[in-house]
Design a protein around this ligand. Structure first.
Ligand code: DNO
Length: 393
């Protein structure tokens, strides 16, 4: 696998020369300054590509070329937006960048309730607490009918929280769930927006009446429309699974499990329509057998995110060590190295450690934590390489 790293552009405090020193080969990035829905000009793509190459690295993957909400819910301007998307894709193809990560999650990209959940060793990790999420949904967002989506046990915990939660606790949940985890990935809510909850409510309203079936139709419509450009420019589209792979906030979520993946791959049976195999997202659903999914979908995978989670009996989950948790990364490396060698791979969502917490990195994208994880994965890759050379697998 190619060792890649998500880098947030020239403003990222983690510089390309630092990445070169720690053995990174490929860069995963985007033209973050271009608002969602606008065309990515060829010149801007080439500029960034040359900059990356001047450090002896390559621009391996675009993460993400965002799909606008209107394409997802099927708004009146979706054809116009798809045309723009096609131009951006062709420009990336012309520049020699062929792997595109995107997602089809309505409104909320990934969701966590705690960005610094302490570990006994002094590091901290990302955490998803169902009861806190329910508190946000029922008491802060005040979504109509939200209570019906939670178990009695969870609602009882929400009642307990109500007795002790301060405004500060509520602010922290809003920041974690819809601001700090979202601003840098999907642009729906930015760090300096003063009324994030109101903005979020109006975004949710766009999906009223959009069933999973409708969202699937819209995904198929989008994929069918862009496939001619993908064929022409050899563009591999790889959808990121929903994170967590569960139904949340009454929104339709359609990339959560084996059946979902099978559906979208068969709906548009072109190899350019593929998957970002995010081991961590998939592992956060107790219904997913992650190595079995890797075996089944390795040939339609174009990009791999390696991370893992521990899922607790009540469904809460925490980001685990890259060598632990339920994703089984060691087995995943074996599967991808034998079934689809050479795929770009990046580590994801590592702990905050050794001063990372003071650096203001984007949530989940620490330096020391990711560097440690990359070292661990390199060790696994070297071991698997040896196993292959000695015909042991
Ligand atoms: C979170 C990321 C996601 C991912 C997008 C891809 O850390 O894995 O935000 O980049 O969903 O479109």
């Amino acid at each position: 696998m190619e060792k890649t790293w998500r880098w947030f552009g020239k403003k990222d405090k983690i510089t390309l020369s630092m990445l070169r020193q720690i053995g990174v080969e490929g860069i995963v990035t985007a033209l973050h300054e271009i608002p969602n829905g606008e065309v990515w000009p060829l010149e801007a793509i080439l500029n960034l590509k040359e900059y990356i190459e001047s450090y002896g690295l390559r621009w391996s993957v675009v993460e993400s070329l965002p799909v606008c909400e209107s394409i997802k819910y099927g708004g009146p301007d979706r054809d116009e937006l798809i045309e723009k998307y096609k131009i951006s894709l062709a420009n990336l193809g012309k520049a020699g960048i062929h792997t595109i990560c995107y997602n089809f999650m309505p409104v909320l990209d990934w969701a966590r309730t705690d960005l610094e959940n302490p570990n006994p060793d002094g590091t901290s990790s990302l955490f998803f607490n169902h009861a806190e999420f329910a508190y946000f949904d029922c008491n802060i967002l005040k979504r109509h009918g939200a209570e019906a989506d939670y178990t009695e046990e969870t609602l009882a915990k929400v009642q307990e929280m109500k007795k002790v939660f301060t405004l500060e606790d509520e602010h922290r949940l809003v920041e974690n769930i819809i601001v700090k985890t979202q601003g840098f990935v999907n642009g729906n809510i930015k760090e300096d927006d003063d009324k994030p909850v109101e903005i979020f409510r109006s975004l949710l309203a766009l999906y009223q009446g959009i069933t999973p079936k409708k969202l699937r139709e819209n995904m198929k419509y989008f994929l069918q429309a862009i496939m001619p450009v993908c064929n022409e420019w050899n563009m591999n589209m790889c959808v990121h699974p929903d994170d967590p792979p569960l139904q949340i906030l009454g929104l339709p979520r359609i990339v959560t499990c084996d059946k979902d993946i099978e559906w979208f791959l068969n709906a548009v049976p072109n190899p350019h329509n593929g998957l970002t195999f995010c081991a961590g997202s998939l592992s956060a659903g107790a219904h997913n057998d992650v190595p079995a999914l890797a075996l089944k979908y390795a040939d339609r995978t174009w990009f791999v995110h390696l991370r893992s989670t521990d899922v607790f009996p009540n469904g809460d989950f925490k980001e685990a060590s890259h060598l632990g948790g339920r994703a089984n990364i060691i087995e995943l490396v074996r599967i991808f190295e034998t079934k689809h060698p050479g795929l770009p791979m990046r580590v994801d969502h590592a702990p905050l450690m050794l001063g990372d917490e003071k650096m203001g990195y984007n949530a989940g994208y620490s330096f020391h934590g990711r560097m440690l994880a990359l070292g661990q994965i390199e060790g696994v890759m070297a071991t698997v390489k040896r196993e292959i050379e000695e015909n042991k697998i």
